[in-house]
Design a protein around this ligand. Structure first.
Ligand SMILES: N[C@@H](CCC(=O)N[C@@H](CS)C(=O)NCC(=O)O)C(=O)O
Length: 330
């Protein structure tokens, strides 16, 4: 895999799998925080922060869904990279549909944003990136932490009163985000990038075991943490929405589709139909990214035409107690 080493771009700088063929995701590196306190190093302010994302990336997608649900579109600007990642890593391709230039730093490649923050940076150049326009640096590039900052620290600058980390549910939300990461969110990658049969099968067992369990839970519970919508649902959503179109085929997660699970499928449609969420789902970028970037898995780069699930079809979730926050009931 390609990455920066002491500020220099190195191709094939590291292996993504260990000796047993298990996929190992490397830690992210910028871990500062926006805080609600006006005296903080990174205080919550409208217009000050910027997100670099790919529509394709499930981790970046978490930050876009949170931004949409909370009505942070005017407070936080966004630039979008080319969905196809090549030997130079993420690049800007403003001429492509759905992409933008780098409107903040004028970079051609996302790695220039990393070296602008730290000229000696060593590590992966990943999306999402949360950039502070005032200090001219990266605040954080870990999606779970960015999602939490947008949700909690930026709450007072958000247009909609939507709390995705409500008091009384916080431990449960943290527990679930943690619990679904390994088998589900990262599980699809563990299956797709496994370089041995045993590593692949172990990822598949974990993945479908967890999906079976959550399908049962969602039979009589509206959302993952109970009757309220939380960050845990955002974390689950960005994996489920890619599942049938990409992971099922490209990562060989083909024991079942999400549309085969009655409760997960209806739950997914409900989340997709919440105000602002569908606009964050660019399936063209999602499919082009995976099928064209990972040429080791898909040498011809052909993008499958199907199965095109109907995320707008009606769902049955209103039969269960609870529901979205009032600000989203429109
Ligand atoms: N832990 C990070 C992971 C982000 C991540 O791995 N993003 C992928 C895209 S889906 C990426 O940018 N990969 C580029 C690379 O690894 O070189 C997060 O959740 O923010």
């Amino acid at each position: 895999m390609h990455s920066l080493v002491d500020g220099q771009w190195r191709r094939n700088a590291y292996r993504a799998t260990d000796e047993s063929g298990e996929f190992q995701r490397q830690e992210t590196s910028f871990r500062d925080r926006i805080e609600a306190d006006p005296d903080a190093q990174f205080p919550a302010e409208s217009g000050r922060y910027h997100l670099y994302v790919s529509w394709a990336c499930p981790w970046a997608h978490r930050t876009l869904v949170t931004r949409a649900l909370k009505g942070l579109e005017d407070a936080i600007t966004v630039d979008v990279v080319d969905p196809v990642r090549r030997v130079d890593g993420w690049e800007f391709a403003p001429e492509k549909e759905g992409c933008t230039p780098d409107t903040v730093n004028g970079a051609d490649k996302l790695r220039e944003v990393y070296t602008a923050a730290d000229p000696e940076f060593t590590g992966r150049v990943t999306v999402p990136v949360l950039w502070d326009k005032e200090r001219g640096t990266i605040v954080n590039n870990e999606s779970e932490e960015i999602m939490r900052m947008l949700d909690v620290a930026m709450h007072d600058v958000a247009a909609d009163d939507v709390d995705l980390y409500p008091e009384g549910y916080r431990d449960e939300v943290d527990r679930i985000i943690d619990e679904i990461y390994d088998p589900i969110n990262n599980g699809v990658y563990r299956a797709g990038f496994a370089s041995s049969q045993s590593a692949y099968e172990s990822a598949i067992d974990d993945l479908f075991g967890a999906l079976d369990r959550w399908d049962d839970v969602l039979a009589d519970q509206r959302y993952l943490a109970g009757d309220v919508l939380t960050e845990a649902d955002v974390a689950m959503f960005t994996t489920l929405i890619r599942f049938d179109e990409v992971y099922h085929t490209h990562f060989k997660c083909n024991v079942a589709r999400i549309t085969d699970y009655p409760n997960l499928w209806n739950y997914l449609k409900e989340l997709y139909q919440l105000p602002g969420v569908a606009e964050t789902v660019r399936m063209d970028h999602i499919k082009n990214h995976y099928y064209e970037s990972h040429r080791d898995l898909n040498p011809g780069g052909k993008v499958p035409v199907g199965p095109d699930p109907d995320f707008d079809a009606s769902h049955d979730r209103d039969e269960l107690p609870g529901g979205p926050p009032e600000a989203l009931q429109r």
